[in-house]
Design a protein around this ligand. Sequence first.
Ligand code: SDX
Length: 380
Amino acid sequence: MEPTIHRGLAGVYFDTSHICHIDGERGELIYRGYDISELTDASYEEVVHLLWRGELPTRDELSAFRQELAPLFALPDGVIEALRNLPKDTDPMHALRSAVSLLAAYDEDPDGVDDTNVRRIGASLLVRFPALVATFERLRRDLPPVTPDPELTIAGNFLYMLSGEAPSEAATRVMDVALVLHAEHGSNASTFVARSTASSLTDTYSAITAAVGSLKGPLHGGANAAVMKALEAIGSVEAVEQYVLDTLADPKGRVMGFGHRVYRVLDPRAAILRGVSERLAEESGDSTWFEMSLEMERVMDREMEKKGRQIKANVDFFSASVYRMLGFPSDQYTPIFAVARISGWMAHLYEQYADNSLTRPRIHYLGETGKRFVPIDERG
Ligand code: SDX
């Protein structure tokens, strides 16, 4: 009997989890019982505590969590040197993926997959991701790496280590919201890769290195940079409509930042980021990117309505204009996504290692069988 094939594992539930629920029909995203709209006033550390330990922290628990994290920002000298020696035009996602892998060589116990050791590595990666992204950004600009300030939060230190200047409250708040919204999203491609890699009981660094590689792809976390590339190529609000129509005219065309494997309505994170983008546009006095994004969303909604399709903006769409207005180069947009998603990946690794089952699906063979070997001398 022919097996049923589920390409891309679309609609397939491969395990259970207590971390995140997505209702694609209603456009709902829930982290450990809280609707995402409830968490936008929380700091990234509060949400990580929720994702990792199951509850939002009390003030004392948050303070203890931050004290545990503060000394972990420091990067091994060998990793900094490796980043320094990379070609300046290295894609920051190649740099991040390579550096994460290298961290294993400097870890006292990189391979232990017991809960205590995996959580120790997780806490270290949580703060080393922003440190790695910021350090490579400084080095590729021939600027000295910035030593983190233990008084600052993860969002604040990330901005501080990038610029060398104490970040404003407003910028830190926006970064906190962006990190919270991008922290976790169920079994998306990179989280599935992290869990399936860990399922062989290989080490945490190998699983997270694989996840960074998956996130880089333009169909996944790489879409935010692709959105900005498209907006830059379009150049003006007036040219947006034709760009969308030309893209949709190509059956293989994809308007980046739109569509989702699970959401059939607007991604709730996109709705929140649209508001952040609008506020930044007002505050900056330059609404170019926001207006172009609104126009692209208007034309896509109109064209999809005509086709009877539910292809709406996703989390990557408005984050592009937000990061642009925060001053980030577009090749740092996906690394920012990784700085957030390390928390979701680790939450899932805690679950995977605690109750593991090797991920090993089947693939249906369509080739021949029964062929006989002919020695090379007789094969002509
Ligand atoms: C993220 O999974 C997650 O949770 C991911 C994420 C997370 O937080 O981890 O939410 C983050 O990765 C968001 C997605 C970012 N990617 C993009 O914005 C890239 C552009 N989007 C598409 O490539 C696409 O929508 C996907 C990959 C996101 C989802 O695609 P599916 O479910 O595999 O569907 P598909 O590509 O097979 O498209 C189905 C139909 C096609 O038409 P037909 O061939 O059936 O006629 O919808 C059309 C597609 O042409 N379509 C689009 C489109 N997305 C789907 N048409 C134009 N533009 C698009 N963006």
